[in-house]
Design a protein around this ligand. Structure first.
Ligand code: ARG
Length: 297
């Protein structure tokens, strides 16, 4: 018997496709943890009795910085200040979008001094358009920037009113997400943007309503379970292709690879004693469109 001539060519199964992921060069601001310590507890990761080792933190942080440079990104540095042990977590210092700076206003007095320090550095290094926030917000800890929207966390640190304030100042739609697990007190401990309008996240960190919002906005999201979340695997930095991520997040690293991304594992276990990972150490500086790429900073 003859084969019918109209047999369709075999089609790849959905999920068997490995789309090309494209990395874009980024500009990051970082702060060397010379004065890193755990001397107070403002999240469940921090145990002042156990403390932390600044020299070890510096060595691990240097490997993070080296990873960014090896990927071709640009890294600027802000001077650390004695007495501000959490200043290494640059992500919390501001939110920078289109050359505009929405300044941080910290929830806890222990970190309050960091907001003006980061704002001043940005003013002097090519980002003069700074809004001093009226409402409590911890910068990119709770605001994550995608091409079309900004995702914003609330529940532990950043006030709902700051979401509205950021939307008005930046002219980008801000989508509120409610965090419900104290271990994942900042949005960037539970979710990270992958580029191309997609994200990775840990559903357990979010309220039922916010989970439904995430499912609707990101039907193709990479989901992470409790194991990966508990080593701060979601506190990762993706440039569109490469994902700088805590090495212990083995399941998530596999899932990212299967989805066509290139994981770059780093060991930041000392900084995790303060509740931070790669993303916490990294503030992205997004210049105004048309601005000089190699300008100040
Ligand atoms: N100890 C710091 C705090 O609790 C850690 C901040 C981590 N930063 C972040 N973007 N999640 O404020």
């Amino acid at each position: 018997a003859m084969e019918p001539s109209s047999v369709p060519a075999p089609q790849p199964l959905p999920g068997a496709v490995r789309p090309e992921r494209v990395a874009l060069r980024r500009h990051y601001l970082m702060c060397r943890p010379e004065h890193f310590a755990v001397t107070y507890a403002i999240n469940p990761w921090m145990d002042p009795a156990a403390g932390a080792d600044a020299a070890r933190a510096v060595a691990q942080w240097e490997s993070l910085r080296a990873a960014y440079l090896a990927l071709g990104h640009r890294v600027s540095l802000i001077d650390p200040i004695e007495g501000l042990p959490d200043m290494v977590f640059a992500a919390n210092g501001a939110l920078v979008v289109g050359g505009r700076v929405y300044g941080a206003r910290f929830a806890h007095p222990e970190r309050a001094a960091e907001g003006p320090v980061y704002a001043e550095w940005l003013r002097r290094n090519g980002f003069p358009n700074v809004l001093e926030a009226t409402h409590t917000n911890e910068g990119e800890g709770d605001f994550l920037v995608l091409d079309e929207v900004i995702l914003a966390g609330t529940g532990f640190r950043t006030d709902l009113a700051a979401h509205q304030e950021a939307q008005e100042f930046l002219g980008r739609p801000v989508v509120t997400l409610r965090l419900v697990d104290a271990r994942f007190y900042h949005l960037d401990t539970a979710l990270f943007p992958l580029g191309g309008g997609n994200v990775a996240y840990h559903p357990g960190a979010f309220s039922p309503g916010s989970r439904a919002v995430l499912e609707r906005l990101f039907p193709d999201a990479v989901l992470a379970g409790a194991r990966d979340a508990e080593v701060l695997g979601l506190n990762a930095v993706c440039d569109g292709r490469n994902v700088v991520i805590n090495a212990e997040a083995a399941g998530l690293i596999d899932a990212l690879e299967r989805n066509g991304y290139h994981p770059v594992p780093v060991d930041l276990s000392e900084l995790r004693k303060a509740g931070g990972g790669p993303k916490c150490c990294t503030l992205e500086l997004r210049a105004a469109p048309g601005a000089h790429v190699d300008g100040p900073a």
